[in-house]
Design a protein around this ligand. Sequence first.
Ligand code: 3MF
Ligand code: MG
Length: 344
Amino acid sequence: MGGTFRFSFGPWNIHEGADPFGPQVRESIAFNDKLKIYKELGFDGVQFHDDDAVPEMNKLSQTQIISEAKAVKAGLDDKGLTAEFVAPRLWEDPRTIDGGYTSNDPKLREYAIERSKRCIDIAKALGTDNIVLWLAREGTYIREAKDSVGAVEKIVEALQAMLDYDPDIRIMIESKPNEPMDHTYIPTIGHAIGLGLLTTAPERIGALIESAHALLAGLDPSDEMGYALAHKKLWSVHLNDQNGLKFDQDKTFGSVDLRRALNQVRILDQYGFGSNGEWVGLDVKAMRSQKAEVACKHLANSKNIFLKLLAVSRSLDEAKIEQLRAERDYEELEMYIIGALLNK
Ligand code: 3MF
Ligand code: MG
């Protein structure tokens, strides 16, 4: 059973190039203009933060939020685009400086849960049941700042409140070990899947694996994907690449380590990723040095590299791989894979 692949990205992946040491270097592109670029780049799915769909949503009533989101849905329909998921942006508001769900202040935790409910309203209006939680600030800069048992319990409380709010939503947890925090409470996909077991609806808690996040945790992304696939929990991916253990780089998929990328494509293809409607998301950033008129190449390139690696993976002689495994001749197997990547 091969994978069925269709591709998505978020509006934040077309960006102005600001970094912590310098301001933006490219003009902002309006959200509606970004939507026009999706099809040109070969993408059919749109990933959203709640406020990508409804800017300044904290100033609006629930009814206003839903009606704005419905207008966005009409725009998507017009362009033949589908919303893949909506993620609550819980890391920019002053109320989430010390965490959203794990803030030590109960009033601020309440804000985070209410905001997550509005995010669900937006998802429903956009026609998706998928919610992504990147738990950006659910962690600490120093261990003594929070109680680690209580923090996990608080995250579960928030998950439960979301599951109870809508009987159809599915929550995909996007684990990441650090940045912006020193340590987060949900650093790997095993942690994410385990969290679901503490709710009353584990069947509605799944995972989104980002290549760079696995690498930052010192793990191989394809093995992380394999772990989630074995649990039937790999509901989305954020493919990209990362050059060593530093800040989260979101480099073009496969641009640092082709073999590592091949293994991600391979595990997705071999286990039929996409057959339940899962999307291949590319969470990639253009280099700051890229001029405005060519600042979307990272997206098309990431998709193309994926498809080229898919062709390499499907050209491999599986019987030969099985035989080399049985013979335990991994030197030969390694040479075979490298030969395929070099087309030699
Ligand atoms: C952070 C990320 C985020 C999430 C996005 C959706 C900006 O490292 O990867 O991308 O993917 O917020 O939850
Ligand atoms: Mg991501």
